[in-house]
Structure formats: C-alpha cells, structure tokens
Design a protein around this ligand. Structure first.
Ligand SMILES: C[S@@+](CC[C@H](N)C(=O)[O-])C[C@H]1O[C@@H](n2cnc3c(N)ncnc32)[C@H](O)[C@@H]1O
Length: 327
C-alpha cells in the first residue's frame, strides 16, 4: 500500500511562505480515556480519534497521539472541506468526491446520485457562469488551486459554505510575483460571476483580499490526491501496474489533516482508496503524547534536495530528527 502513495502534498507554485502565528483549534479531540492495551477494534471504529491538536515547540500547531497507537492502525478518516478534480480529470473523476468514473463527454460528471445531490447547490451557481476564460488562465499558467477558490466562491454564494471556512489554516505569504498572477485569476473569477448576473449582495465577500487569503491557505494545506481507485478490488488488481494507476485526480483541503506537520521519516501517512476521503494511518507504533507527522515530499530524496524542496516549496526549514542528523 505505501508504495501507492509516495507523497501527498501538492507542491505550491510560489516560494517562501512566512512564519504564521499559530492559533489552536477550538475542538478537543482527545476525549477518549482508553489505553492501547484496552482498545478493541470496535472502540477504534466507534470512539473519537486518538489524537489532539496542540502547540509544538518549533513547528506551530501539530497533531499528538492521545494514547498509544499501533503500527498500521487507522488513526482517523477525514472528508475534504474543499476539493476539485484536476482540469485533465474533469470527465474522469467525480466532480464531487473525485472517485474515478468512466465518461465519454468533457463535462463534469458524478459517480452517484448522492454526489450529484451533494454538489447541487454549488454546481447550480457554477453552471450559471461561463468559465472558459478562467479555465484558460489556469491551463496556460499550469495552475490548479484557483479552481478550488472558484468552487469555494460558488459554495459561499450558494450558502453551502462560510466565506471564513479556511481562516483557521496556516497561510502562505503573498509575494509580488504571486500577487500579480493571482490578480489575473481574481479578475477572471469576478468577470465570470458578474456576467452570470449573480446578485451583488451574494458576492460581497469576494474581495481581492479574500481571494488572495484563500489561495494562500490552499497553497500550504492542499493535498494532491494521487490515487483514487474505484474499489479495493481495483487496488489489488492494479498493484502490479501501480505506476500506471497513479494519477493526480485532483486536490483537496481537509481540516484535521492540515494540522499534521512534516517529517522526513514520518510515523503516519495519508491514503486515499477510492475517493477524496482521507485515511490517516500509523506507519509504526506511536507512544501516547508523541507527535504524529506525515511526509509532505518524496522522502527518498537526499538531505540537500529535501531541504531545497521544503524551503522553496513550503517555506520552512525542516526540523525533523532525520534532517537534524544530516541524513
Ligand atoms: C500544513 S501546516 C502544518 C500545521 C501548522 N504547523 C499549523 O500550525 O497550522 C505546514 C506548516 O507547519 C510548519 N511545519 C511543518 N512541518 C515542519 C517541520 N518539519 N519543520 C519545521 N516546520 C514545520 C511549517 O510552518 C509549515 O509551513
């Protein structure tokens, strides 16, 4: 399984995000008093996840084990708060959950009636506008995250999401180069919505600052979904051909998984089986109060390459034990 998911964060397009003042999550997830010894498989499925979000010494907020977690254990699952298929997968992945679908057309498609119904509110708004200019801008610049901002904007207009949905997540900085590129996307999004005659009162949230802020948060927190097979059977049967089976079907932002810090020798990882629902799993035994960390990049890179990718792509100098040891 692990070879199917090599690394999970999409590399941001722009370098050097800033340090951000961390804000703790207002929810306490560590309500279980179980210990690893007395936790049954049924408890694991039914109880709250065995984690808490807390401040780390040097990486802002992080996720900690609230009890011992065994190797291979499913720590928790997470549904995306925002996701979007890659433009190249529009007709090959469900427009709502990113499950692979077989479709002959070029338009968005859904894997089930349930997904179609769940998407209806924002898709009804989206369908009112002509996105050809916006899509052309994304394609020409090779950008994927503006599509997620567009979806969030349509969700907010439809009343399905709050404009502040992502505010709790750490943002990247907005450099002059980045602002210039964002400006084009912002203008294009505004034009598409105003040509669609969306009432002004519904788009008051859509300021330049909102657009930049959302994009800056998506950049740091989005996961690239590299594998979304339609079933466990597919997963097994494609194991031999997993290289061909890998494809970024889209990108997604989650709440809890966004608080996991990075480690070049991680003790947890995130997997997707059939759609954008994420599964966080332990890679080895984890003690109570140990921080849970996932790997944002290709851990097989050498020390210098990892430092470069993390600094330029994510804006931080990695403080994990492997990097500190010089490995
Ligand atoms: C997706 S966020 C993780 C949660 C974040 N710590 C927070 O408070 O929201 C990624 C950010 O966490 C920090 N971070 C994650 N892993 C780190 C590491 N190994 N070393 C130093 N900082 C790290 C960096 O500031 C990075 O931009």
């Amino acid at each position: 399984m692990s070879r199917l998911v090599r690394y999970c964060r999409g590399l941001p397009r722009f370098p050097n995000p800033p340090p951000v003042k961390p804000q703790l999550l207002a929810l306490n997830l560590s309500t279980t008093s179980s210990t690893a010894e007395n936790v049954t498989p049924a408890d694991r499925l039914a109880g709250p996840p065995p984690i808490r979000v807390d401040l780390t010494e040097s990486a802002g907020r992080g996720v900690f084990a609230s009890r011992r977690i065994g190797a291979g254990e499913l720590i928790h699952t997470a549904k995306p708060v925002l996701c979007h298929p890659s433009l190249s997968s529009i007709s090959a992945a469900c427009y709502f959950c990113l499950k692979k679908v077989i479709s002959e057309g070029q338009s968005p498609t859904f894997c089930s009636r349930k997904c179609e119904d769940s998407a209806k509110v924002f898709y009804d708004v989206e369908k009112k506008a002509d996105w050809s200019e916006f899509d052309a801008y994304c394609r020409s610049q090779g950008l994927k995250y503006p599509q997620m901002v567009k979806r969030l904007a349509c969700q907010v207009i439809s009343g399905a999401a709050s404009a502040e949905l992502l505010d709790i997540l750490q943002p990247a900085s907005v450099s002059a180069e980045m602002a210039l590129m964002m400006e084009e996307g912002y203008g294009s999004l505004r034009r598409a919505l105003s040509a669609a005659n969306i009432p002004d009162g519904k788009t008051t949230f859509l300021s330049r600052e909102w657009y930049y802020g959302v994009l800056a948060r998506i950049r740091i927190n989005a996961f690239r979904i590299e594998l979304a097979l339609s079933s466990y059977e597919d997963l097994l049967s494609s194991a031999a051909a997993c290289v061909e089976a890998e494809a970024a079907v889209g990108n997604a932002v989650y709440m809890l998984p966004s608080f996991y810090n990075h480690d070049c020798d991680p003790n947890a990882h995130i997997v997707w089986i059939e759609n954008a629902d994420a599964k966080l799993k332990a890679l080895r035994d984890i003690e109570a109060d140990e921080e849970l960390r996932i790997c944002y990049i290709d851990a097989s890179l050498d020390h210098d390459a990892r430092q470069t990718v993390l600094l330029q792509g994510f804006g931080f100098k990695c403080n994990c034990p492997r990097c500190l040891s010089g490995d």
